[in-house]
Design a protein around this ligand. Structure first.
Ligand code: PLP
Length: 501
């Protein structure tokens, strides 16, 4: 199977798409078709381990990787790296509602699901394509991707990883997680701006001939670990199948029964993987797209118009604070019936006028697959409290947004379909906010993330993850900051890489 660009150009192998990150015409790589998973194949997954399920899905997409290579990459990514053998366990809230817990990896957020695997896929890709230069990863993060990428690429030979994060846009734990990263090939830079500034800047660097040439001259080639890289997306398809297989195995559903998924959404990568799983034959009913107060996607699904003429809000679910959802472009490609020229036009309108419209007919098609809703911080707090007091289950703010949107969806539609809430972060990652919700702001005013973690432990049966405890004594290794214009960011990258080279 080959990979096309959403803007119409390119036809490359999987390893080339993963190595490049973004297509030369500025588009995103998409598979030339969706491999179909029969009921038989899905049934065969019931008794497989997570690693085996991953191989089963991945080998269909990574055609120029041998089965042995895929198996080896998957093993290095998931074996012993997660705090449960199931990797992505399903927690039953009641007979209709399940949490798919994707936060059992090293950085306590779902980004680990992909970023533990991507560096290994990339190393193999470099070997296949005789790429001898250092693969320099540039990442823009709204909080969770940064640490997950640093952790994934840390000390992986032949690579370096440079992360930009919005200086005042991440949680205390997120910031500490990143700035305490060791490893000779990791770099962390605070941008004076919000996430969209950081992301726009990184995109500009990928498009800058001058910057690329300067990097090449130093023996480096750029790649991306953001979810625009297909290698980030493909590992995420796995857990939709895995969740379905677990529901089947435990007799919660029967074969062929549709299941809804509700996904707390920012860059549209996670939910897009659900759409891909559906396109491969997984019986998915509605994909419910949950946003926080930055509800650009809710508006898009309701009106067919994507518009960035709106305010940017900082919320308690920072990994979803976003105006431009990059991965939506891959859905647009399907909406446009794989017409790259049409996608190019929409993307140009977005760049030049800040908006585009897909039209009513296409909007209706989207509505048959997706439902979209949003929840602000106040809704989020109420939801965390409600689920904790009824079930004793404590959610992080991102997951709570999804949970609340599901509540609204059920009230509005009466749809009783079994639904999986994709749980993207551990409550420990946002301990002060979560504690404040349960105990009141006053009670935690003077407490740091560690003291709040102790409180969470006393309120739940989940022990404090050792990764959080360890942060207490770790030394800060990264102090760099820069302005949000691409020029400053380019300078900061060269500086960081140069110093440690
Ligand atoms: C990244 C992230 C999201 C959003 O995922 P997308 O793939 O960007 O839509 C949601 N929750 C958490 C905790 C995240 O880290």
């Amino acid at each position: 199977m080959s990979y096309f660009s959403t803007r119409g150009g390119a036809c490359v192998a999987a390893s080339q798409a993963i190595l490049a990150g973004i297509a030369e015409d500025g588009g995103l790589y998409v598979p030339s078709m969706f491999p179909q998973m029969s009921e038989e194949t899905i049934a065969s997954m019931l008794d497989m381990s997570y690693e085996e399920r991953a191989v089963c899905v991945l080998e269909r997409f990574l055609e120029d990787y041998s089965e042995e290579e895929v198996t080896d990459c998957v093993h290095q990514a998931y074996h012993g790296k997660f705090d449960t053998e199931q990797v992505a366990p399903l927690h039953a809230l009641n007979s209709q509602t399940y949490y798919l817990e994707l936060f059992h990896g090293p950085t306590l957020a779902f980004k680990d699901m992909a970023l533990q695997l991507l560096p290994h896929l990339m190393k193999v890709a470099a070997r296949k394509n005789e790429e001898k230069r250092e693969i320099s990863i540039l990442v823009a993060t709204s909080g969770d991707t940064g640490k997950a990428a640093l952790e994934g690429f840390r000390n992986v030979e032949g690579t370096s990883c440079t992360v930009f994060y919005p200086k005042d846009g991440v949680s205390e734990v997120q910031k500490l997680q990143m700035t305490t990263t060791d490893g000779a090939n990791t770099h962390v830079i605070a941008v004076h701006g919000n996430f969209d500034d950081a992301q726009t800047g990184v995109k500009a660097l990928f498009g800058s001939k001058r910057f690329i040439e300067a990097m090449n001259a130093e023996g480096r080639t750029l790649s991306s670990a953001n979810s625009i890289n297909f290698g980030r997306l493909v590992p995420q398809i796995v857990y939709y199948f895995s969740a379905y297989a677990d529901l089947l195995r435990t007799g919660r559903i029967s074969m062929g029964e549709t299941v809804n998924f509700v996904v707390p959404t920012g860059n549209f990568g996670d939910i897009l993987a659900g759409f891909y799983a559906r396109s491969m034959g997984l019986p998915v009913g509605k994909l419910i797209c949950a946003s926080n107060r930055n509800d650009v996607l809710t508006e898009f699904f309701a009106s067919g118009i994507y518009s960035t003429h709106r305010l940017f809000y900082k919320t308690m679910s920072p990994s979803m604070d976003i105006l431009v959802s990059s991965n939506l472009e891959r859905l647009l490609y399907e909406v446009a019936d794989r017409d790259g020229a049409l996608v190019t036009t929409w993307m140009r309108q977005l760049r030049e006028c800040g908006s585009y419209s897909v039209g009513d007919q296409r909007r209706e098609w989207l509505s048959s697959l997706f439902y979209a809703g949003c929840a602000d911080d106040s809704d989020t707090r109420t939801e965390i409290r409600a689920v904790y007091s009824e079930y004793g289950y404590l959610m992080d703010p991102h997951t709570a947004v999804a949970s609340k949107v599901l509540r609204d969806y059920r009230l509005k539609t009466g749809d009783e379909t079994v639904t999986v809430i994709v749980s993207t972060a551990s409550p420990y990652k946002f301990a002060p906010d979560v504690c404040a919700v349960l105990q009141g702001k006053e009670a935690v005013r003077h407490l740091d993330a560690f003291a709040c973690s102790d409180i969470i432990y006393s309120l739940t049966e989940r022990p404090v993850p050792p990764q959080v405890t360890a942060l207490r004594d770790k030394e800060i290794m990264h102090f760099a900051e820069c302005e949000k214009d691409p020029e400053s960011m380019a300078h900061a990258v060269m500086e960081a890489l140069g110093h440690k080279a």
